[in-house]
Design a protein around this ligand. Structure first.
Ligand code: HXC
Length: 255
């Protein structure tokens, strides 16, 4: 297996990329295993947040160059190479990328498919595809531009340079930077916090934020208001508001 799945805390799942000999380069096998694992966890009401991580040395050093190198245009087009990664964006449970070391090319793009990005001080982000004679192919030109703006995205994508964790945080790619040895614990803590909320509310919040990338402001605000109304049909809304009034902790049932 090129990924492992653990349950390090209540309602939290941890998926770890595990191809150390290739710095977690993403091949077809990894794509299948990772998207299958994430979809399975997403179907479980027992999982409220999923952490995705790699090793200390590499989150992922890109798509597997050796696997792609000899492919022709016809093959890439016929197989719609990389389209399988879209499955990850259909995961409704909050996804947290915990990045240490290299997050390059497809590695950076994979991290950007997650909802929250935590970085160790060792993290290095980049889209070096231009140095291979190609361009990002797993959403980098779109998600990086939306995340950090045209100026920085063009800088990274056209020069292929890498960006340190502090720069990634300054330009808004990363939510938090933590000392290397704290990354895993911090990611699990953030995941546990999210997983302690109403799952239906957390999934709805994720859906609403993601809608902002796909719609006009007026449509997005209307979508938000409608799903906000819909949450009043949940038990968790009744419990959350009752708990506030009664000055106690809510006991969410995730429905
Ligand atoms: C396949 C890879 C790989 C990759 C590293 N390896 N990255 N194999 N695909 N993307 C392999 C190396 O070949 C090597 O295997 C082993 O991992 C260790 O890597 P080293 O290069 O020896 O390590 P180091 O000197 O520490 O350098 C680390 C690195 C470098 C700076 C991250 O490996 C590197 O530049 N990798 C490629 C990064 C990249 O260009 N990524 C974008 C890929 S394209 P052996 O067997 O030799 O020991 C992409 C998007 C696709 O992601 C979009 C369309 C193309």
């Amino acid at each position: 297996m090129t990924v492992t799945v653990e349950r390090p805390a209540s309602r939290v799942a941890l998926i770890t990329l595990n191809r150390p000999q290739a710095l977690n380069a993403l091949n077809l096998e990894t794509m299948r295993e990772l998207t299958t694992a994430a979809a399975e966890l997403d179907r479980s009401a027992e999982v409220g947040a999923i952490v995705l991580t790699g090793s200390d040395r590499a989150f992922a050093a890109g798509a597997d160059i050796k696997e792609m190198a000899s492919r022709t245009f016809s093959e890439m087009h016929a197989e719609d190479w990389f389209a399988g990664w879209d499955a990850l964006t259909r995961v409704r449970t909050p996804l947290i990328a915990a990045v240490a070391g290299h997050a390059l090319g497809g590695g950076c793009e994979l991290a950007m498919m997650c909802d929250l990005l935590l970085a160790a001080e060792s993290a290095r982000f980049g889209q070096p595809e231009i140095t291979l004679g190609v361009i990002p192919g797993m959403g980098g030109s779109q998600r990086l531009t939306r995340a950090i703006g045209k100026a920085k995205a063009m800088d990274l994508i056209l020069t292929g340079r890498t960006m340190r964790a502090d720069e990634a945080e300054r330009c808004g790619l990363v939510s938090r930077v933590v000392p290397n040895e704290q990354l895993r614990a911090e990611a699990i803590e953030v995941a546990a916090k999210i997983a302690s909320m109403s799952l239906v509310a957390a999934r709805t919040a994720k859906e609403a934020v993601n809608r902002s990338f796909e719609s006009s402001l007026a449509e997005g605000v209307l979508f938000e208001r409608r799903v906000f109304h819909a949450l009043f049909a949940t038990e968790d809304q009744k419990e959350g508001m009752a708990a506030f009034t009664e000055k106690r902790k809510p006991d969410f049932r995730h429905c």
